[in-house]
Ligand binder design. Structure first.
Ligand SMILES: [Zn+2]
Length: 298
C-alpha cells in the first residue's frame, strides 16, 4: 500500500499526494493493468469480475483510489478521517479477494476532486510508475453522476493520452527515474455506450465477496446481492445477451513515441492465436450485452 499525507480539509488545501515510484523494469512478458477510480468500492461495483479475470490470467493489477471516500456515510458521528481509513481497510480486503495486492491511496478529499494540473501530474506519475498496458477508469462522459466519478474519468484518460506518453509533459518525473509510458488500451467503466463486454460468469462469487468487504457501504447480505445479480442475469438473458457481463467503452492507442511492451504482447498473441474474450488487448468484441453499473449512487 502506498499512501499520502491526509487531506481531509477544504479543497483550498493542496493535496500532497505521492504515487508509488517503481523504477524497476517489469518483465518483458508481464501484462499489467491499472485501475484508477474515485472511491473505494467503485472498482468492485463496476469491474470487479474483470479484475478477477485478469488476475487469474496472470496479469499484474494495481488499484489507484483518488479519494478514500471520507464523505461516504450518513452517520454524522463518524469522523471523516476515521471513515477514510475504515474504507481503505475495506478496499484492501476487497482487493485481496480479487487477486490484487497493491492499492495506491492518493487521499484527495472526497467530493472535491478537481481537474487540475496537480491531479494530472499525479496520475501521470502513477501511470509512469506502474507502466500499465491496460487502464480501467470511469467514463467521464457518462452524464450526470457523482462529480468525482466524472472528474477522475476525464483526468485519468487525459493522463493516459497524451500526457504519460509524451516526455515534454512533466519532465521532472525523470528525476524520479520515471520515463514516458504508453498505455495501449483503456476500458471506460460505467459507460452509457459500452462497446466491449467481459464475461464474468466465473467470478460472481468473488465479486460478491469483494463487494461484501465494503461493509460501511453495502448493507445487503450475500444472498440479497446474489438475488439482485440473478435478476439482472434473467433480464439480460431475456434480451439474448451475455448473462454475466461487465460492459465498457473500449479505446486503443497506437502510434510511435513512448516505449511500450507491444513486442512482447505480439509474441504472446502468436503463442495464443485465439485470445479469450476476457483479454482486453484482444480484438474488439461486438456488443452482445449491456450491463448497467451494478452500484448505488453516493
Ligand atoms: Zn464512487
Amino acid at each position: 500500500m502506498t499512501t499520502a499525507p491526509p487531506t481531509t480539509g477544504p479543497p483550498t488545501t493542496p493535496p500532497a499526494a505521492q504515487a508509488a515510484t517503481n523504477t524497476a523494469a517489469p518483465p518483458a512478458d508481464e501484462k499489467r493493468a491499472l485501475v484508477i477510480m474515485a472511491h473505494p468500492d467503485d472498482i468492485e461495483f463496476t469491474c470487479g469480475g474483470t479484475v478477477a479475470n485478469l488476475a487469474d490470467d496472470g496479469w499484474r493489477v494495481s488499484f489507484c483510489l483518488v479519494t478514500s471516500g471520507d464523505k461516504g456515510s450518513k452517520d454524522d458521528t463518524l469522523i471523516a478521517w476515521d471513515l477514510g481509513r475504515m474504507r481503505e481497510a475495506e478496499q484492501e480486503a476487497a482487493s485481496k479477494r480479487l487477486g490484487v495486492t497493491e492499492c495506491i491511496f492518493l487521499r484527495w478529499p472526497d467530493g472535491f476532486v478537481e481537474d487540475s494540473a496537480e491531479l494530472r501530474a499525479t496520475l501521470v506519475r502513477v501511470i509512469r510508475s506502474q507502466q500499465p498496458d491496460l487502464l480501467i477508469t470511469w467514463d467521464g462522459y457518462r452524464g450526470f453522476n457523482h462529480r468525482d466519478h466524472r472528474t477522475v474519468g476525464l483526468v485519468a484518460l487525459d493522463a493516459a493520452f497524451p500526457l504519460a506518453r509524451t516526455p515534454h509533459y512533466f519532465p521532472e518525473h525523470a528525476d524520479e527515474g520515471l520515463g514516458p509510458h504508453r498505455v495501449n488500451t483503456v476500458l471506460l467503466a460505467g459507460s452509457r455506450e459500452p462497446n466491449y463486454f467481459v464475461d464474468v460468469g466465473r467470478q460472481l462469487d468473488r465479486k460478491i465477496s469483494a463487494l461484501l468487504c465494503h461493509a460501511s457501504q453495502v448493507q445487503a447480505t450475500r444472498e440479497e446481492l446474489s438475488q439482485r445479480m440473478r435478476k439482472r442475469q434473467s433480464e439480460a438473458a431475456a434480451q439474448g445477451r451475455i448473462p454475466w457481463a461487465e460492459g465498457f467503452r473500449r479505446m486503443t492507442f497506437g502510434g510511435a513515441g513512448a516505449p511500450s511492451r507491444t513486442a512482447a504482447l505480439r509474441a504472446q498473441a502468436k503463442r495464443d492465436p485465439n485470445p479469450k474474450q476476457t483479454d482486453p488487448q484482444a480484438a474488439q468484441q461486438p456488443g452482445t450485452a449491456d450491463h448497467p453499473p451494478d452500484r448505488k449512487e453516493h
